[in-house]
Every structure is written in C-alpha cells, then in structure tokens.
Design a protein around this ligand. Structure first.
Ligand SMILES: O=P(O)(O)OC[C@H]1O[C@](O)(COP(=O)(O)O)[C@@H](O)[C@@H]1O
Ligand SMILES: [Mg+2]
Ligand SMILES: [Mg+2]
Length: 356
C-alpha cells in the first residue's frame, strides 16, 4: 500500500489494484480479472436500477413455461441477464481458463479461439432472486481459484478445490447504493460506486466484524424443520435475558445473502442457513462454491468466522460444482456458540449447560 492510497480517500478500485500489483500481492492477470468482474457488476447494477422501466422484472421463459436452472429453481429475467453480462465480459479469455455459474449446469472453458489464462471464476450472478421484483437489495457473488497446473481445458472436477484455495472473492450489492466488497487475502475492503464518474471508490479499507453480537439472521419460518441443536441454539437466543445467554438478541432477515452478509460485515451479527428437513437431502440450501466459500473468505479476512456448524467452511472438500452446505457466519464468538450446540448435541452433552 503506498502512502497515497492510505491517506487519500479518493482511491479508485483501479488504483487500489495497481498498488496491490506494484506491491507484488497480485499479478496483472488477477488484476484484470477483478477489473472485468467489477465492470460487469456496473452493467448489472444499471439493469437492476431500471426496474419495471427496463422490462427486467418477472420470470424468465414464456408464460406457462418457466425457465428452470440446474438447481430446479425457476429463473428470473435478471438471473439470466446478470449471467449473460458476466459471461460476455469474461468469455474472451486472457485472464481466465474457465468459468462456472449457479445458472449453468456445467462449467465452461474459455473457447478455443481465445487465449486461456490461469484462473477459474465461479459466480452467483444474481443473489436474492426472490427480492428482485419487490425492489429490495440483490447482488452478485464471485470466487476465484487457480486452474490446476497442466490443465488446459478445465472441467467441473478442476473447480472442486476447498475454499482455502481461493485467491480472491467478493460480492456486489445492488441496493440504495452499489457496493463492491473484495478480498485478495489481505483484508476485506468496500468500494462504493460513484455513479457520477462511473468508478468504484474505496470507502472502507479493512472492514472488521465485531467479535461479539446481539443480532442474528435466519429464516424463522423453517424453525420446526431444523435439527435439534439449531432449535436449542435459537431457542436460547430468543429467551434473551431470561435464558442461559443472559442478553436480548435482535433479528434481521433480508433473504438476500449479500445484503445480510453486508450488514454483518458492517456492524456484526450471525447469519445462518442451517440444515432443515426440507433441504437435508440436498445437504443444505446455499451453495458451497459460489455462495458459502466466497462469503467465508470475506468474513474471515474481516476477523469473523464461517462454519458449517460442524467445521470450518473453507476446509470443506467439495464434491460437486453445485454442492449445498449449511452456513453459519459472522461474529467469531457467536459462530463458536452455534458450533458448540452442534458439538454438544453430536456428543450427547447439553450446550445450554455448557453456556451457562
Ligand atoms: O427464501 P429463503 O428460504 O429465506 O432463502 C433466502 C436465501 O436464498 C438465497 O436467495 C439464495 O440465492 P439465489 O437467489 O442466488 O438462489 C440467498 O440469497 C438467501 O439468503
Ligand atoms: Mg444466491
Ligand atoms: Mg442466484
């Protein structure tokens, strides 16, 4: 980091990345990759901002014949638009060997006609799809891995690397403002889009998640479907000052992971999408490779923790591109509490007794 960017609040993403490159922390290809993703996010932000005026709301496909993605979920028009924007921006290669998306059954190698680079890009082009039509924040999440040595045409199996192997990760929220949050393994930094000049500007260097919290995020409508340790954990949060935790907790649930995680990076909290009876057969609701892992990397780099409830998220060995996992992330001490309930349950001891 040069003295200029440390003292000058008007540091653009471009300048930030050039300084990281000059400092030897990233190479030119990774810098270009992040710039290209950021440019695509600007385009998506413009499309999201058009709302009903741009004809971008509602379902993809034709009336009576919804478009369904590999997850078996109905696609929104913006899911498809955002995916196309990211594909178009990245498919000409140079910096990438291949890419994979929530909206595509399989990964896609960069076409033969273009030069292939050394990185693999995975993304959730539009996160929080259920909020698109109701004008609530949505976002894009991305993760960058190295293409394994000697692989010239990457296939799905080459993406199956644990989250510890990520070289960069980030998300962009499309809300009242558009903010890109990025890590290249040297802290987590927020860049707000200055719409007048069209550049992402560094607005928070080194985000820090408070270790303790009194705020949790979970979809409470699933409560009766949760496993016993999750029932016990949230039961004790709800008991507040009258329960073993001895303090009252507030609850927030946006139902856009990007917005919930952004709140946690800003003021702390715990976000959870646990196993429940509805998603247990699939392993969870959220996807490891392009939702849980990039968010886990960002949260750890901000001093927080990310877990499946039974182990560190970034150490999960992936078995499938669209694999799902239970997710607990945020304030370190609170994630440790949630893990303890699972551990005590699995070993037949009482977490409440241990907490008290
Ligand atoms: O509607 P639910 O069950 O509360 O689930 C909300 C969760 O699902 C997601 O929308 C899943 O992401 P997609 O919109 O990319 O499928 C998360 O952003 C969010 O945390
Ligand atoms: Mg998502
Ligand atoms: Mg999505």
């Amino acid at each position: 980091m040069t003295p200029a960017s440390r003292s000058n609040p008007a540091c653009s993403l471009t300048r930030f990345l050039i300084e990281e490159q000059r400092g030897g922390h990233i190479g030119p290809d990774l810098r270009l990759l992040i710039e290209v993703v950021a440019r695509a996010c600007k385009r998506i932000s413009i499309e999201v901002g058009k709302g009903a005026l741009g004809g971008v709301l509602g379902d993809a496909g034709t009336p009576g014949s919804a478009s369904i993605n590999v997850q078996g979920e109905a696609q929104k028009k913006l899911d498809v638009i955002a995916n196309d924007v990211l594909l178009e921006a990245n498919a000409w290669g140079g910096h990438l060997a291949g890419l994979a998306s929530e909206e595509m059954d399989h990964s896609m190698p960069i076409p033969d006609v273009y030069p292939r680079g050394n990185y693999l890009l995975l993304f959730d082009p539009l996160d929080g799809s259920s909020n698109i039509d109701v004008n609530i924040s949505v976002g894009t999440i991305f993760s960058v891995l190295r293409c394994p040595e000697g692989v010239t045409v990457p296939e799905d199996e080459h993406y199956l690397q644990p989250g510890t192997e990520q070289v960069a990760a980030g998300y962009c929220t499309y809300g009242p403002n558009t903010t890109l949050v990025l890590t290249i393994g040297r802290g987590t930094h927020a860049f707000t889009l200055d719409r007048e000049i069209g550049s992402f500007m560094l607005t928070t260097r080194g985000m820090r998640i408070p270790e303790e919290t009194a705020e949790f995020a979970v979809n409470m409508s699933n409560q009766r479907h949760w496993e016993p340790p999750m029932q016990a954990y949230v039961g004790d949060l709800l008991a507040g000052t009258t329960g073993p935790r001895g303090k009252d907790f507030n609850m927030r649930w946006v139902a856009s992971m990007v917005a919930d995680v952004h709140r946690i990076l800003t003021r702390g909290g715990i976000f959870s999408y646990p196993l429940d009876a509805k998603c247990a057969a699939k392993g969870g609701k959220l996807r490891l490779m392009y939702e849980a892992n990039p968010m886990a990397f960002l949260v750890e780099q901000a001093g927080g923790a990310a877990s499946t409830g039974r182990g560190r998220m970034l150490e999960v060995q992936p078995t499938g591109l669209h694999q799902r996992v239970p997710v607990f992330l945020g304030s370190r001490a609170e994630v440790a509490h949630a893990e303890r309930y699972h551990r005590e349950h699995d070993t037949g001891r009482s977490a409440a007794a241990a907490t008290g």
